[in-house]
Design a protein around this ligand. Structure first.
Ligand code: FE
Length: 196
C-alpha cells in the first residue's frame, strides 16, 4: 500500500533533480501528485485521523535536503483554515471527500476575494505560490464528514515562517509545525541555544 507514497517521494525527488524552475516543478509535480491521489488505498489510518477541534497536518515525508515536504491535511466536518499564505510553492491533491478553496489578492492594502471558490474533488490538484497566487482560505466542503488532501510544498513547510490574515487584512505570523511531532524536531532552530 505504502509503495504508492514511496514511489511518489522517489519520483518527486528525481523530478526535482531535473527541474529547478517553479513552472516546471508545478507542471510535472502536479502529474505525480495526481497519480498519488487518484488511489485512496495507501494513507495509514494514523495519518487520516480527524480532531474534533481543528484540522490536522500530519507530516508524511520531509526531504533531507529540505527541497520539499509531503503532508496529509485532515478536515473534520465543517473545519476550515484562516486566510493564510505559504511563501513557497505548494500543491494540493484531493484524496477523499472535497474541499473548497477561496483565493485572495491584495488591493490597496486590503485583501479581496479573487474569483469564485474552487471546489476540489478526489483526484484533482491545485497549486499556490507567491508567483501565481499565495493567499487563500480552505474549507472542508462537507459538514457531515471528513475530507483529506495531500499537500506538497517547496520547503519543510512545518518550519516556514508565514502569515495568517484576518478578513480586514491584519497579518499575524505563524509556523504551522505538524501534529505528529513525536520525533525530535531537528528543524526547531529556536531550541539550538537551549541546554540539551
Ligand atoms: Fe494553504
Amino acid at each position: 500500500m505504502n509503495t504508492r507514497l514511496r514511489d511518489f517521494v522517489t519520483a518527486f525527488a528525481d523530478m526535482l533533480e531535473q527541474h529547478q524552475d517553479e513552472p516546471h516543478i508545478l507542471e510535472h509535480g502536479a502529474q505525480l501528485l495526481q497519480n498519488l491521489v487518484t488511489h485512496d488505498d495507501w494513507l495509514p489510518e494514523d495519518y487520516a485521523r480527524p480532531d474534533p477541534l481543528r484540522y490536522q497536518q500530519y507530516l508524511l515525508h520531509a526531504d533531507s535536503l529540505r527541497r520539499f515536504s509531503v503532508v496529509s491535511f485532515v478536515w473534520g466536518p465543517g473545519q476550515h483554515t484562516p486566510i493564510h499564505n505559504h511563501t513557497v510553492w505548494g500543491m494540493i491533491g484531493m484524496l477523499r471527500g472535497a474541499e473548497t478553496a477561496q483565493s485572495y489578492t491584495w488591493q490597496d492594502g486590503a485583501l479581496q476575494e479573487h474569483g469564485k471558490p474552487l471546489q476540489l474533488q478526489p483526484g484533482m490538484v491545485e497549486a499556490v505560490s507567491p508567483r501565481i497566487g499565495d493567499v487563500h482560505k480552505v474549507s472542508n466542503a462537507f459538514t457531515d464528514r471528513v475530507s483529506i488532501s495531500i499537500h506538497v510544498y517547496g520547503a519543510n513547510i512545518g518550519e516556514v515562517q508565514r502569515s495568517v490574515f484576518s478578513e480586514d487584512g491584519i497579518r499575524k505570523d505563524f509556523i504551522s509545525g505538524y501534529v505528529n511531532t513525536t520525533l525530535p524536531n531537528i528543524w526547531n532552530f529556536s531550541a539550538d541555544t537551549a541546554t540539551p
